[in-house]
Design a protein around this ligand. Structure first.
Ligand SMILES: [Zn+2]
Ligand SMILES: [Zn+2]
Length: 86
């Protein structure tokens, strides 16, 4: 997930500043992090690392991502952790 400020031009000439947050993983062009897989990774693991202000960010291809919900994917390791309730 990445957030960026956006300035929206209103029809009346004023501007509105907002924050747009979205998945950053569509932008990656890294190889998949799964050993032996050479698929290009279009996704990143979004699992929040405990005590850190970042996510796992393991690059994942479309075969190895584990969709949690819309725009959220976990790597296999973190998917299992999430299923165990961690
Ligand atoms: Zn893969
Ligand atoms: Zn992960």
């Amino acid at each position: 997930m990445s957030c960026r400020p956006v300035v929206i031009q209103n029809p009346d000439g004023t501007t509105t500043t907002g924050i747009v947050c979205g998945p950053s993983h569509r932008l990656t062009r890294q190889p998949c992090s799964v050993p032996g897989c050479f698929e290009g990774a279009g996704y990143l693991c979004d699992y929040p690392l405990a005590g850190q202000a970042r996510t796992c960010d393991a690059p994942l291809c479309r075969h190895h991502r584990r969709p949690i919900r819309k725009d959220r994917d976990y790597c296999a390791h973190h998917f299992e952790a999430a299923m165990r309730g961690e």
